[in-house]
Design a protein around this ligand. Sequence first.
Ligand code: ZN
Length: 148
Amino acid sequence: MRARKVRGIARDTLQFILEASRSSLPVEFAGLLQVDKEIITEVLILPGTESSRMSALIRLYMLPNMAVAGSVHSHPSGDLRPSEPDLIFFSRTGDYNIIVGPPFDEQSFACYDGAGRRRDLAILDVEFKDDGFDDDFDDDDEFKEDRP
Ligand code: ZN
């Protein structure tokens, strides 16, 4: 199930992504983006290597009722252009694929559609009712242990 309409990403969600990417250095951070009320508000963390990402993706797609808008991952090199494996990955995840890099501020990201074309993504100020982000954030061992 794909999320069809996306207005943008919640500022808190982007901040979470940037912070998680910074703290997972030198390992790449990767996740899937989920949408609530047309706004990207959730990140499901994937193992960080390009080879393991596919199998994790397939497992996650088997979860019920998951509307995935796309993906996010970091390029510790700071080059925000997608690699060949990234383009294959994007074609399977959705139309909003974010790549972040140093210095991990609100300007250091790029968004691509499922065909790898650069697109704009608005940063929106929204309020959250739950605190699910903090739970995810404490789990950062999950993506550190999966190194090649
Ligand atoms: Zn990449």
